[in-house]
Structures are given as structure tokens and as C-alpha cells.
Design a protein around this ligand. Structure first.
Ligand SMILES: *Cc1c(COP(=O)(O)O)cnc(C)c1O
Length: 427
């Protein structure tokens, strides 16, 4: 960090510099601090790579400098968002009437979906949250799986639903909501507004909550179902993984990322809602200088006002891959994850902890936390590839995520070789 600060820093110069020299300086100063997440060999977190057409479209978005807040500011951005809304709902198997907000990522998309949910379940209970806020509102419960993503807690906090609003539903060995516990929690709350927050694509195991059962149960009690599907929602784009998200179309709102499995450059996420009126009511704004044309105003569907025209890069990714290309990309990542798991499992010192249903692999070395962490550190230090660790059910594991279209057979060999080398040299 110090070297980077030195290279980039110093006092702000009084005089400006030649633009070309500035860019050359920036490239040179930043280079040692760049992380190569998009060249096929990065398996940490859940990091998508970048499709060439999508990258070029993102450059256009910058060069055109379009503000996607209002139709009047960029009819092209508004139309592209509308086209992507339709394409994505079709591809992911969501109702074709969903509304969509194009935002920074699943974090904000979770805020949007849960804000629409808060609006609707409180309205159903006779409370106008947009006028009254939460002071004096009926108590609201959010039923959410024990293995939810941390961004759900933050989204709820932003929405004034503190951690005491959360009712944690136990998860099974794969990390999925146990529906018998959900049924009990719903039955115990028939008189209060309830939001059920499910997940497709557990950030450790890749497991997907049983959406059909969850939606049936929740809707029987009048609850709203929000789905965090940052990467798992893309299982719906392939015939071979679609069964994992069976029933997801019956939910009320969904959050996903384009910068993960769709391989769009950072940042890009999408919120979908089956109830456009609730979505809009939770997000819209009005101002005297805003002449509404009836055409799509992007700011009605996200918490941002001025906003980057992210849909161009989404459009280019979808257009360059087509339906079959997206399915192939999902299938290839899953096959590569299975291959990594098989190769590692063949070593007597390595144990695979999860059922590799999607693109996530959890591996443990020698049944030992320290040894597992040591292997991750050795792989990171060696530098041919990168993966991290996680702690699940009190046990440390290597966490390997395959989310980059650029990952090929050779890259799969590189990561398994690096792990196995570290397993045997660090011992
Ligand atoms: C990555 C992820 C998020 C957060 O997404 P961002 O793109 O970082 O905003 C939320 N939920 C799940 C399941 C994720 O994998």
C-alpha cells in the first residue's frame, strides 16, 4: 500500500498536466496494485471476468457520457434498459411483466427489492411507509436463511429494519433454508407483515433454496418473497441447471449481478420486481423540472438519481453471447468446478465439503483449519492463481469459484496443480 500511495500521491499539483502523460503516469503507478481477476485464473470470491463486447460497450458508455436517470437525458439508455429488462426476464425465466432497475450490484439490488417489499407488506397492513416512515409502523418480520449473504443485513439496516427484525431460519447441510422451520415461523406470525428473503446461489456452497416450496408457503400467508440471486439466478439460463431454481419465477422480487456470471465489467447489478407499482412507489422521485413523457425514466427504479448507463454493457454481453452462449458459459463454469472438485478429491489429503451443484467448490486440507489456511496462503504467494478461504459451520475451507468465461482447461489444471503443490510442500 505504501508504495502505491507514494507512486500515486504527493500534494495535489497546482498546475495541470498533459492528458496523455497523466494516463501514462496512472497506468504506471497503478499497475503494481492491479489484481488480475479477468484472465481466467482468478478463483477468489465470486468474480466474473469480462466479455470483449461488454467491455467495449462500457467504454462507449463512458465516452458517450450518458446519464441514465431520465428518458430526456438519454433516450438510448432508457431504450437499452427496456430491451435488457425483457431479454433478462426471458433468459432467467422470470415473468415478462417484471420491472427492472439497473444499479451497481446485488447489494443495491437487494435494497431495491426489500424496499419494494417493505412498501407492499406495510401497505397491506394499512400503513403508508412512504408518508409515515417507520415511526409507529406495525412490527415487520423478515424471515431469512441462516446462510444469507451479508448484504441482506446491510440492506435491511438501510431500510430501518434493524437486526431485531430478522428471524433467522435454520439452514440444512447445503446451506438451504429448512422449509419446515420456515412454515413454523410463518404460522407464528399470521397477524404481522412478513417478508421472506430467500437465496439462490449460496456464496459458499452454490446451493439454492427450494423456491417452489418457499413461494407456496409464503404466499399462503400473504408474505412477500425476495430472492438474492447474485450469481445463482443465472442457473435459470441453462437447461442443465434450471432445476436448481425451479419455482423462482413465483417470487415477488429478485436481485442479481451482471458483473459476476454474465461477465460484464464492474459495476453492474439488476433488481427485478413482479409488482412494478410497489417497485416504483418505493424508488420514484418527483421534481418541478421533470417533465414525464411516459417513457422509461431509469431513476424510478433505483435509489440513484444521476447514474451511469450500465445497460449498454449488459446489452452487449447478451447480444454477443446469445441465449445459447449464456447457457454454455454457465455450463462450462459448472463443469470446470466439478472437474476441480474431482481432481482435488482424488488426493488423500483433500476433502470436498460441498455438493458441487453450481460453480462453487469448498475444499479442506488434512481435516485441519491451519493447514487449509496455509495452503491458501501458499497458493496466493506463489501467484499463478488466486483463491481464498471461508469458514462455514466452524470449519475452514478453501473457497474456489469459477465465474470467468476466460477460464479454460489449462487454467483448471493450473489451479488444481497449485493447490496440490501447496498441499504437499507445506506439509
Ligand atoms: C456477491 C453477492 C452479493 C453482493 O453483490 P455485489 O455485487 O457485491 O453487490 C449478494 N448476494 C450474494 C449471494 C452474492 O454472491
Amino acid at each position: 500500500m505504501t508504495e502505491l500511495l507514494d507512486a500515486l500521491g504527493g500534494p495535489l499539483p497546482h498546475e495541470g498536466s498533459d492528458p496523455l502523460a497523466v494516463i501514462e503516469d496512472l497506468a504506471q503507478a497503478a499497475e503494481p496494485g492491479l489484481v488480475r481477476t479477468n484472465a481466467g485464473r482468478y478463483f477468489g470470491f465470486v468474480e466474473g471476468g469480462v466479455l470483449p463486447a461488454s467491455l467495449a460497450a462500457d467504454w462507449l458508455a463512458s465516452a458517450w457520457d450518458q446519464n441514465a436517470a431520465y428518458f430526456a437525458l438519454s433516450p438510448a439508455a432508457a431504450a437499452t434498459e427496456e430491451v435488457c429488462r425483457g431479454w433478462l426476464s426471458d433468459l432467467l425465466g422470470l415473468p415478462d411483466t417484471v420491472s427492472a432497475g439497473f444499479t451497481t450490484g446485488a447489494q443495491t439490488a437487494n435494497v431495491i427489492g426489500l424496499a419494494a417489499a417493505r412498501h407492499r407488506v406495510l401497505a397491506d397492513a394499512g400503513w403508508d411507509v412512504d408518508a409515515e416512515g417507520l415511526f409507529g409502523a406495525p412490527r415487520l418480520s423478515v424471515l431469512v436463511g441462516a446462510e444469507r449473504h451479508a448484504t441482506i443485513d446491510r440492506a435491511l439496516r438501510f431500510l430501518g429494519l434493524g437486526s431485531n427484525s430478522i428471524v433467522e431460519i435454520p439452514a440444512d447441510e447445503h446451506g438451504r433454508i429448512r422449509t419446515e422451520h420456515l412454515a413454523d415461523a410463518l404460522a407464528a406470525r399470521t397477524t404481522e407483515p412478513v417478508i421472506v428473503c430467500a437465496q439462490v446461489g449460496n456464496v459458499n456452497t452454490g446451493a439454492c433454496d427450494p423456491m417452489q416450496v418457499i413461494c407456496d408457503l409464503a404466499h399462503r400467508y400473504g408474505a412477500w418473497v425476495h430472492v438474492d440471486g447474485a450469481f445463482g439466478l443465472w442457473a435459470g439460463a441453462s437447461a442443465s441447471t434450471r432445476h436448481l431454481v425451479d419455482g423462482v419465477a413465483a417470487a415477488d422480487s429478485w436481485a442479481t449481478d451482471a458483473h459476476k456470471w454474465l461477465n460484464v465489467p464492474y459495476d453492474s447489478g439488476i433488481a427485478f420486481c413482479a409488482h412494478p407499482e410497489s417497485h416504483r412507489a418505493a424508488m420514484t422521485l418527483s421534481a418541478s423540472y421533470l417533465a414525464r413523457t411516459g417513457d422509461r425514466d431509469g431513476a424510478d427504479w433505483t435509489p440513484e438519481s444521476s447514474r451511469r448507463a450500465r445497460a449498454f454493457a449488459v446489452w452487449a454481453a447478451l447480444r454477443s453471447l446469445g441465449r445459447s452462449g449464456v447457457a454454455d458459459m454457465v455450463d462450462t463454469s459448472c463443469a470446470q468446478a466439478r472437474r476441480i472438485a474431482r481432481t482435488l478429491a482424488a488426493d488423500e489429503d483433500v476433502e470436498i465439503l460441498n455438493d458441487v451443484v453450481l460453480n462453487q467448490v469448498l475444499a479442506r486440507v488434512g481435516g485441519d483449519d491451519d493447514r487449509t489456511r496455509g495452503v491458501a496462503a501458499a497458493v496466493q504467494a506463489e501467484g499463478s492463481t488466486w483463491l481464498g478461504t471461508t469458514v462455514r459451520n466452524g470449519v475452514t475451507a478453501l473457497r474456489i469459484s469459477v465465474s470467468d468465461h476466460a477460464t479454460n482447461d489449462e487454467d483448471v489444471r493450473v489451479v488444481t496443480d497449485a493447490v496440490l503443490r501447496a498441499v504437499h510442500s507445506a506439509h
